[in-house]
Design a protein around this ligand. Sequence first.
Ligand code: ADP
Length: 456
Amino acid sequence: MAKINKIVIANRGEIALRLIRAAREMGIATVAVHSTADADSMHARLADEAVCIGPPPSKDSYLDKRAIMSVAELTGADAIHPGVGFLAENQEFAEMVEAHDLIFVGPSPRHLGLMGDKIAAKQAAIEAGLPVVPGSDGAISDVDEARKLARDIGYPVLIKAASGGGGRGMKVARSDEELESALSTASREAKAAFGDPVVYIEKYLDNPRHIEIQILADAHGNVIHLGERDCSVQRRHQKVVEEAPSPALSEELRAEIGQRTADAVKFLGYRSVGTVEYLYQDGEFYFIEMNTRLQVEHPVTEMITGLDLVEHQIRVAAGEKLSLRQEDVKFDGHAFELRVNAEHPFNFMPSPGLVTAYHPPGGVGVRVDSHMFAGYRMPPHYDSLAGKIIVRARDRELAIKRCLRALMETHIDGITTNLELHDFILRQDAFRSGDITIHWLEQALEEREVAAGAGK
Ligand code: ADP
């Protein structure tokens, strides 16, 4: 079995800190890479070594495969952890890493390729016995073909980009008239965002929840699931608050969908951590995609299982057998994650800049994963995630109170953040009852606007 002594952390921000923390506890030396914009950042400071790999734009630094390979070579690292985003799901990069006899902390390049193509992924899910959203079997290019299919599955339909991600490149069509322009807009946007115009069609589900299953698999065919996360609180198809367990699932249903997912992932021969995402409506699950990496929201699973997912991910990448069996996994309590973004809470304008004061919340059941500090200048070049407040309590009701308490303690000056949005969400009756869908937050925000307008 390969032993990992030194690992390159090919990422930035809070996730880079998360990886450095796990590696340090495992006795693995860390090498941070950073752009010139991040020279002063916490990940560059906390790693054992730090190497500058280029100017601020991601394509010239965090996405520069060769620069990162050189860092691994020059520092004598034996593994590269890509984190979340950037090169995490890049098949070519994983191949490059393996071609240099280094360990890519993630799945095989083949699985990155398979799941990176959402049409192929859906096909693989069907073969593995998972239920999928009804839709086209493959790419759709012809309007007549699209129209026939849309009528068969019934409007509304969703046009999705085969190479999509981050909730981008999706268009809803509610009638024949809307279909043609939705097709061409989606395809154009997909080409611009992902360099790939290929789109496909799915039935647009009106009232689903987003429920995803966390998988942990080794290279020896052992696969377990770590339960679900409910990520129904979304804006523009992007997650805002995540929780575990889902208020919508019974213990039996959890065990059933968890086992079914683990069996499918075993069938596919997958190794590493991974997440199978489903929409859940009227008691039915529909596969939408598999993320072949660690997820931003992984801490909610850690909070209720007591496991370190990054530690296990690194261990299986080194070839170790899973040290856990399914029956060893126990769920205890309820957890939430609030994504703290440097943006206006209600108009969502980004607000990077100098953090002049920072006081994170603390106390029982509160975990903060953030790279912020007083004096930190948040660069405008990257995503707006400034940190995550993760809370655990014995039940959902107390966890919500604890979230509100944590928010009240948090002070971030200099930049605008979305803390107030979280406060708003946590106080809504629908959210408190747990009875929401992926469309709930946008509707609640609209109602808030209308009420504010009426109050003027
Ligand atoms: P991405 O890779 O861009 O994140 P996903 O396929 O994971 O795309 O979908 C992201 C979100 O888009 C889902 O969580 C859900 O809110 C919405 N979505 C995706 N597919 C459908 C669908 N068929 N019907 C309704 N909403 C959908």
